[in-house]
Design a protein. Structure first.
Length: 214
């Protein structure tokens, strides 16, 4: 079900949150229905600790006829709703890719050639236009695929930089357990200490047969 098709039960604003880059704020939202059927909704910003809540009581409840009508309407438009949800999901994926590509381009753009950078910038421009004017899932998917293809070069650079950073943090990572002083010496297997009293092979022994009937 899309938000526009839902019935609004209540609204509240979580204010006082400082401006921050996209993806940084973390909002914890809680829904709780008590024994009396009252819905409690709260939202808390983990960064500032600011919190807001609302209590929704059972006022203006839907009648049985209204509920039945809404259920039948939802069933009749199930396929249409599915396509709409897929379209929204595809658009959101394109939007996320645009954001991450721009962020990576700002960080690693100086490591690209002018031609590579221009190709990605052109792809970003086209993707933004499709994000604004696109209407179908297929349009958003095609734009996402094209942008991902052009931005692949950034991914290669990010991977290389990550590997370089890891190597710098662990310079002896590849030589773990390696002693250069023993270079050229073949490691000999450990041998058990010899026991002078240890006898190998068959052992001769004298024995006497005792007859109990004697």
């Amino acid at each position: 079900t899309m938000a526009a098709d839902n019935r609004t039960l209540g609204k509240f604003d979580l204010v006082g949150i400082p401006a921050a880059p996209r993806g940084v704020p973390q909002i914890e939202v809680t829904f709780d229905i008590d024994a009396n059927g009252i819905l409690h909704v709260s939202a808390k910003d983990k960064g500032t600790g600011k919190e807001q809540s609302i209590k929704i009581e059972r006022t203006g409840a839907l009648s049985e006829e209204e509920i039945e009508r809404m259920v039948k309407d939802a069933e009749a438009h199930a396929e249409e709703d599915k396509r709409q949800k897929e379209t929204v999901a595809a658009r959101n994926e394109l939007d996320t890719l645009i954001f991450s590509t721009e962020k990576s381009l700002n960080e690693y753009g100086d490591k690209l050639s002018p031609e590579e950078k221009k190709n990605i910038e052109d792809a970003l421009k086209e993707a933004k236009e499709k994000l604004e004017k696109g209407k179908t899932k297929e349009e958003f998917d095609a734009a996402k695929e094209e942008l991902a293809k052009k931005a692949q070069k950034i991914g290669e650079i990010v991977y290389a930089e990550t590997q370089k950073a890891q190597a710098g943090a662990n310079p002896n990572m590849d030589n773990a357990g390696f002693d250069p002083n023993k270079m050229g010496q073949q490691e000999q297997p450990q041998q058990e200490p010899e026991n002078e009293d240890k006898n190998e092979g068959p052992v001769d022994a004298d024995f006497e047969v005792v007859d109990d009937d004697k």
